[in-house]
Design a protein around this ligand. Structure first.
Ligand SMILES: [Zn+2]
Length: 136
């Protein structure tokens, strides 16, 4: 059963990201000019402004560099509290805010190794596959 989540940011580049997630692929835009990997989705490279971007599949492997647990209820009826959030530095460079899957923040330590997985969620726009992270 799909987990209810707050509404995603949508728009052309974002929808491309979510369509890759639906295939079980985590992809980011790599600049063909300076090789920088941008996140979140952009129309032009966030480093050099080039529009020569291509979606590149990443390994999904990384490490947790920060984490927090929300006790304040920001999404009543959508997210239960306490709510664990993690900041993952992917091996390819991007920093990605996500949720732990199969562990809690009480187990996390600096550089905790993780790998991406996808869970079925829904928001007002419909069902989608959300990238979350499991212990590697
Ligand atoms: Zn660039």
């Amino acid at each position: 059963m799909a987990e209810r989540r707050p509404n995603r940011v949508l728009g052309p580049e974002h929808e491309q990201f979510w369509s890759y997630c639906a295939e079980g692929e985590l992809r980011f835009q790599r600049c063909g000019t300076c090789q920088h990997v941008s996140w979140p989705p952009v129309k032009a490279c966030e480093r050099c402004g080039s529009t020569a971007l291509r979606w590149e599949r990443v390994s999904g492997k990384g490490r947790i560099i920060s984490w927090c647990t929300f006790f304040q209820q920001y999404y009543p009826g959508v997210l239960p509290t306490p709510w664990d959030t993690i900041l993952v530095e992917l091996d390819e460079g991007p920093l990605f805010v996500s949720n732990p899957h199969g562990f809690t923040n009480e187990e996390v330590f600096p550089n905790f190794p993780v790998t991406v997985s996808f869970i079925e969620c829904e928001d007002d726009a419909g069902q989608f596959s959300l990238p979350v992270f499991e212990r590697a």
